[in-house]
Design a protein around this ligand. Sequence first.
Ligand code: ZN
Length: 153
Amino acid sequence: MRCPFCAHDDSQVKDSRPTEDNTAIRRRRQCEGCGARFTTFERVQLREIIVLKSNDAREPFDRQKIEQSVSLACRKRGIAQERIDQLVSGIQRQIETMGEIEVPSRTIGEMVMEGLRQLDSVAYIRFASVYRDFGDAKDFEEFAGTVRDVGKH
Ligand SMILES: [Zn+2]
């Protein structure tokens, strides 16, 4: 990182810690040229994310769509809206921090499945069975088997 005082190209990180609200990393730096100290912040870059669908179509990422399919899968399962929101927010954060501009819809579908698998096995099966990019019936049986195995423990 270039020194803002003398424009020397290298600085040393003296201290690195999250900000109070945990949304950024604050780094205290010292210029190797003039010894001046300065601070930099590292934050998540939120940008428009494009979803690459299986038919090669592209559309802007839409959190609402994920929320709708998760809610549908969780219908009448007595799962608090708050937990659904948490799951969707978690997926959104994962996608945002991947650093990719284009994300395949399949990747998002897998994230949703992974989230639902941990949340509720019935919701997981429901989602897996209607998931558009899902391969063939054999794959679904394997998933169903996985859920049954989890239930035995
Ligand atoms: Zn300097």
